[in-house]
Design a protein around this ligand. Sequence first.
Ligand code: SAM
Length: 172
Amino acid sequence: MTDIWIMRIGHRPQRDKRVTTHVALSSRALGAKGIYVDTEDRKLEENVKSVCERFGGDFEIRTGVKWKNVVKDFDGVVVHLTMYGQRLDEALPKLPSDGRMLVIVGAEKVPPEVYERSDHNISVGNQPHSEIAALSIFLYEVTQGDSLYADRDGKLTVIPNERGKTVVEISK
Ligand code: SAM
């Protein structure tokens, strides 16, 4: 099993608050261990931590961290998701099935150095779309969706229901 961490670069707190929140929550839902965000954003941290507190798990968020330092200190494989990268289906067999992986996603244009410093530049199709979509598809392919229904031992647990909402609340 691979420990997956996300590095979000180019986050602009005012403009990207919803998108980066969704990058973080999608990463968490799909089994990543945590996310680093390059720009400090306390509100974003609070929002993501509040979801973790209610729905459980030990997902981490750290904002205001420089991507170059994260990459330099990361002891694992670095993947950069970009529409210009190699095909996902061709890249997947080259990725480790255990160990640690850092997945970089951008907001707007990513500095050329990110392409050079990454071990793999991978595309999820060669059309421009979204960091949330690219990351979710990538994580689903890498993890085979293993975390989607994992029990996270939260205060709130959603029980799948074909018609309505079933939420079990446990006071902790
Ligand atoms: N020109 C950018 C690119 O290099 O992919 C598109 C910018 S897009 C608004 C923001 C981020 O979404 C990118 O930095 C990349 O991480 C991700 N992204 C968008 N389309 C993608 C694709 N087809 N494959 C992989 N990642 C993609």
